[in-house]
Design a protein around this ligand. Structure first.
Ligand SMILES: [Zn+2]
Length: 144
């Protein structure tokens, strides 16, 4: 059994849905970080059978809202001196600002670059509603 807290200082992104580890790795541009980074795929999980895990040494500043859109199952352990000092779980953010673009060509946020796109969570099935044109973008279609 692999121990989760095997880094000294940093963050462990735990309980990633199997297959999403690589996505998180690339979306967070972890290849550009000069600190040690571990990507564990298909690790045993007591919760869900298998999981992916990402560990980043000497790093704490994670975009939680963004991670919530990427995979709302994950939990994050903040490690200091080999001890877990904080635990956070992410969820789908109620509002998304400036990350996702509206796909409606007639939308004011689509045309005008100074209008920052903004979405409100509808529900898991339907996805997010644009604050300007009320067009719904399904969660599956949200490409980050
Ligand atoms: Zn819109």
């Amino acid at each position: 059994m692999l121990k989760v807290a095997s880094i000294k200082n940093g963050v462990v992104i735990d309980h990633i849905t199997p297959g999403n580890g690589l996505k998180i790795f690339s979306k967070l541009n972890l290849k550009d970080i000069d600190e040690p980074v571990i990507l564990l795929r298909n690790a045993d999980s007591s919760k869900a059978g298998k999981k992916d895990v990402v560990k980043i040494e000497n790093f704490y500043d994670l975009p939680l809202e963004y991670l919530g859109i990427l995979d709302s199952n994950i939990t994050i352990n903040y490690i200091k001196d080999e001890k877990i000092i904080d635990k956070k779980s992410v969820s789908l953010p109620l509002k998304i600002k400036g990350i996702v673009k509206c796909k409606n060509p007639r939308c004011i946020s689509f045309e005008q670059k100074d209008v920052s796109p903004e979405f409100t969570l509808n529900n898991r099935e339907d996805g997010y509603i644009c604050s300007y044109c009320e067009e719904t973008t399904s969660l599956k279609r949200i490409k980050l």
